[in-house]
Design a protein around this ligand. Structure first.
Ligand SMILES: [Cu+2]
Ligand SMILES: [Zn+2]
Length: 177
């Protein structure tokens, strides 16, 4: 009894220090293509990570690679200057459900557009964060032309980028109230 009570207190303290309050961010996605959209990000203890919700339009139907890239530099050369996938742990490219050491932090897999070219997004990722040393604030989301192969194909590109192709739209991850 005593040990379970102590554990409860410890977990409560850890949760309190990590998530003293919900953190919110917003991303406006745009680029040289007709693709655009908005993402709302919320980090909370209740979600157990960061909920990523939004709607992206102007896509071709089907799967499109969806990542957090290292830099929020959409100024120098559009989406092409946002650098590689955000990868603070020096891992190979992988899938969202891979362990944190076997994927880039920025590997969020694919979004799926319907016949009208609209992708509705609403999921929680437990690796990306809006706080701490691996925060994605100030970095960028990128939507790609092709499907991310999730690092599962036998070629060099697969373990680097997932062969997701051109960068259609991107946006800086900004703090909002
Ligand atoms: Cu990408
Ligand atoms: Zn990656």
């Amino acid at each position: 009894m005593a040990s379970s009570a102590a554990l409860f207190i410890l977990v409560s303290m850890l949760a309190g220090s990590c998530w003293t309050q919900d953190l919110n961010a917003r991303v406006f996605l745009a680029g040289k293509s007709p693709v655009s959209g908005v993402l709302d990000l919320t980090e909370s203890a209740a979600a157990g990570g960061v909920r990523i919700a939004g709607r992206i339009t102007g896509l071709t139907p089907g799967k499109h690679g969806f990542h957090v890239h290292q830099f929020g530099d959409v100024f120098t050369n559009g989406c092409d200057s946002t650098g590689p996938h955000y990868n603070p742990r020096k891992a190979l490219h992988g899938a969202p459900h891979d362990s944190p050491d076997q994927r880039h932090a920025g590997d969020l897999g694919n979004i799926v557009a319907d016949e009208q070219g609209v992708a509705v997004i609403n999921f929680v990722d437990t690796v990306v964060s809006l706080s701490g040393p691996e925060s994605i604030l100030g970095r960028a989301f990128v939507v790609h032309a092709a499907e991310d192969d999730l690092g599962r194909v036998e070629n060099e590109g697969s373990t680097k980028t997932g062969n997701a192709g051109a960068r259609l739209a991107c946006g800086i991850i900004a703090i909002v109230p």
